[in-house]
Design a protein around this ligand. Sequence first.
Ligand code: ASP
Length: 584
Amino acid sequence: MYRTNTCGELRLLNVDQEVVLSGWVQKVRKFGGMIFVDLRDRYGITQLVFNQEINAQLCEKAEKLGREWVIQAKGAVAERSNKNPHISTGDIEIIVSELTILNSSDTPPFTIENDTDGGDDLRMKYRYLDLRRTPVRSNLELRHQMAFATRNYLNELKFLEVETPVLIGSTPEGARDFIVPSRMNPGEFYALPQSPQLFKQLLMVSGFDRYFQIVKCYRDEDLRADRQPEFTQIDCEMSFIEQEDILTVFEGLTQYLFQTIKGINLPAFPRLSYAEAMKLYGTDKPDTRFGMTFVEIKDLTSGKNFGVFDNAEYVGAIRVPGCSYYTRKQLDELTDFVKRPQIGANGLIYVRCEVDGNLKSSVDKFYSSDNLQKWVERSGAQPGDLLLILSGQTEKTRKQLGELRLEMASRLGLRNKDLFNCLWVVDFPLLEYDEELRRYFAKHHPFTSPKLEDIPLLDANPGAVRANAYDLVINGVEVGGGSIRIHNSELQKKMFSMLGFSETQAQAQFGFLMNAFKYGAPPHGGIAFGLDRFVSIFAGLDSIRDCIAFPKNNSGRDMMINAPSTVSQEQLDELNLKIELPEK
Ligand code: ASP
């Protein structure tokens, strides 16, 4: 028997018991004739004691132990005279009577403790060692709990988990596909699924009624902190339902997870239309942990010879509480912030509402105190507040103001990671116009149903058609999204044609779906949650990488196994692939 107990288990109640523990040596300390070893496993750390006076031979053996050696120790549980309140086993120690070395270890490249001295690259290269650290391991434990609770909740509601294939065909809509050459079908390729979308809809045609899958999805996109080339979705689909049913079930799932895992009871989630979200926050994933919603003041600014505002389609302000003391330097910093190419504003106007009631503005030359007072009134600004104002083309300016709003919230410490604000954003536009390609794209995906009342607009004003599509947003992060689907093959055909597919193209790409719809497709809809993002919000992490066991870096590379990598000429020949690299 390798062990009778784990390293996180023993307490005062176990004193005098003979136990056997196995684990890794975290630390060896010598004090006079005593040797103390911190023994670690997944469950915790237990202190082992070796006493020179009692057993010199054993002490000699213990002295040789190095960091991360794997050992087995037998001994008696004893009360510690010097208790450690920081660990759960801190009241006891093991007086070791037998020591077995199960394996030695090279000195690890970084310390395996909560605060490590290892940099990112090193930790990724030795991820299996990094995973021994408690903070990393506990993220994965949390991930397991969330996945497990999700399965429980959905199982109770009669959802069936069905696996869908990983080798599928490439589709032109959406992100870039990862493709896989087929050896048996020269010149042909599989693609890895960006999501099981088509399969889950086909399962509804098959009558499965309530499907879910915790499933890997693959998108060949540029990477960021919240994006990995492979990521996991909680993917769901339901039949004979309306949007309301989906929102109820998945609001329920979210509340269930918060309640069972974090002990937090969340109130009903507010709903905001896409149009309102853009108007108030300049984004379809607003962080609603704090206010600072937009105030439109274009009408109050016209006709005072201030060309910038006069020529702008939109003038919008945010009221930043308690920041009237902002210095010239701080305001210049903010101006630089909004002028960065990623944000792209031309400049920033401010009004300081000073504590004594005076208004100081960067456009004093054009606007009297009375003029400024009107802006202040509309925004509800109080003495001590600061108004920050951007102007320009409506959509662009709203986005810029949205970024500025987040920046101010970060500066003011309003993005509290222990606070969770969930909301549904609903009524997304069905289509999005691409100015460059001069055609419409599906905002969600081509299977999303327009709102019935908006169908007549499809020909006359496609941009105004709203979809039965919804996103779950938590603290400014899009955690999930989905839609009610088209289940009528004629409407689906029309949708493909609006998206610029010829009938032949649509048939070639999605013929199987349109065919399936001819055999009694039920009304259906679904949603997918990004598990990685969901876990990282629960864990208060800035990057989804930290809740993935073996993540890729920003170049899509696995530093540990060194993938992607080249393959042999034989492999290429078998696949009929010729590789020509561009000259550097
Ligand atoms: N397949 C969609 C996605 O991956 C989600 C859905 O519509 O259910 O975003």
